[in-house]
Design a protein around this ligand. Structure first.
Ligand code: AMP
Ligand code: ZN
Length: 113
């Protein structure tokens, strides 16, 4: 499948991996928009939030738990941070494999543009 994040999960293209287990992978965003910017994905290919089904309930829970764990490891938990999953054109999604951005290390704007 021609999916860049599946290729990263399969080690076909390189990435700076910061967490990995059987189900979840986290790696640094190539174009960070904050001092800490990590992408967290399920290894299973799911295109977006629109494509989640009941069977993904536990898997996506694992993804969120990795975000929480990484925020502590990166030392941004106390100051605060954000996780966000862009969905579709209006959401600004550019890669069609569901992912959460973990953003921290500076004060983030709200609402987003
Ligand atoms: P989104 O626009 O929400 O779909 O987010 C996709 C993110 O993937 C962007 O922040 C890109 O900078 C990032 N990205 C694209 N290709 C790579 C790659 N090969 N390695 C790491 N991050 C990437
Ligand atoms: Zn994929």
């Amino acid at each position: 499948m021609d999916c860049i994040f599946c290729k990263i999960a399969n080690k076909e293209i390189p990435a700076t991996i910061v967490y990995e287990d059987d189900y979840v992978l986290a790696f640094k965003d190539l174009n960070p928009v904050a001092p800490q910017h990590v992408l967290i994905i399920p290894k299973k290919h799911i295109a977006s939030l629109n494509d989640l089904s009941q069977e993904d309930e536990v898997l996506m829970g694992k993804v969120i738990l990795v975000a929480s764990k990484l925020a502590k490891e990166l030392g941004i938990d106390d100051a605060g941070y954000r996780i966000v999953s862009n969905c579709g054109k209006n959401g600004g999604q550019t890669v069609g494999h569901i992912h959460y951005h973990l953003l921290g290390g500076r004060e983030l704007q709200w609402p987003p543009g």
